[in-house]
Design a protein around this ligand. Structure first.
Ligand code: ADP
Ligand code: MG
Length: 263
């Protein structure tokens, strides 16, 4: 969906990305081990501004580690990761700032249980971006309305359904005005009837021009939303292609085997 034009009511302030033709996210020769386990093997991946890259692959193939590495929640052994041309620093304030450029939504919603929905969304912009309470609340309400939970703003997370909580988590990530959004299996902890409301929110985000990296087992969504599919197995990118090509004509045996099980 890289070339869609942002409409005024859905534009999340995203897709602003780079205008230089440089990829917004670039991983070059990234390697990582957990002890003896080689969990990321010479990963090379570029994501352009406005692009939606869907990462799929069997459990244990390194998808979550890849996402976490992009956000530096995991350190890498070697190689380089840049976001908007900047190498992610190892720690400190510079890291906090750059990390804020990368929004992340996890399988478990990770909302602050004792804070209201609204506070969950305003906290980051106030602490990290230095936004005033008023500005942060205005923006939070705008985002909560956009993901369809504006009327839940004053409740605690536990009073919301899983699908609503996950949409709050998306609004919270968007409130930081990230340059790219990472989603790690955002619907896999949800009851089936709530999956589509979250996927629909992600589709509208993609249409509005947000740069997205999405790990998912939702193959229908992948087909619908992806500009590119990246298939991982055993810590390596095995295949990278358009969704049409990947789903109709996977090249590797690993991908054929995987699709045989999930489709
Ligand atoms: P995926 O998300 O594709 O299921 P992960 O990135 O979570 O895969 O994990 C890749 C491999 O790394 C798995 O074998 C997993 O058990 C292992 N792993 C993940 N996190 C850790 C960790 N903190 N310590 C040790 N091994 C880990
Ligand atoms: Mg995972």
């Amino acid at each position: 969906m890289s070339h869609s034009t942002a409409s005024t009511d859905t534009d999340p302030g995203a897709g602003a990305g780079t205008r230089t033709g440089e990829p917004l996210v670039r991983l070059s020769h990234v390697d990582k081990h957990f002890g003896d386990l080689h969990v990321l093997k010479d990963i090379n991946l570029e994501v352009s501004a406005g692009e939606v890259v869907i990462v799929i692959g069997p459990s244990g193939s390194g998808k979550s580690t890849l996402c976490r590495a992009i956000n530096r929640l995991e350190a890498i052994d070697s190689g380089e990761i840049t976001v908007d041309g900047k190498v992610l620093p190892k720690e400190g304030r510079a890291l906090a700032k750059l990390r804020a450029d990368v929004g992340m939504v996890f399988q478990s919603f990770n909302l602050f249980a004792h804070k209201s929905v609204l506070q969950n969304v305003t906290l980051g912009p106030m602490r990290v971006r230095g936004a005033s309470k008023k500005k942060a609340e205005e923006r939070a309400m705008e985002l909560l309305n956009r993901v369809g939970v504006g009327n839940q703003a004053h409740k605690l997370p536990a009073q919301l359904s899983g699908g609503q909580q996950q949409r709050v988590a998306i609004a919270r990530a968007l409130a930081m005005d990230p340059k790219v959004m990472l989603f790690d299996e955002p619907t896999s902890a949800l009851d089936p009837e709530m999956i589509n409301e979250v996927l629909d929110t992600m589709v509208s985000l993609a249409k509005a021009g947000m740069t997205m990296v999405v790990v998912t087992h939702e193959m229908g969504f992948a087909r619908r939303a992806a500009d590119r599919v990246v298939f991982m197995a055993d810590g390596a990118i095995v295949e990278e292609s358009t969704p049409e090509e990947f789903f109709t004509n996977p090249r590797s045996d690993r991908a054929k085997d995987f699709l045989g099980k999930v489709l």
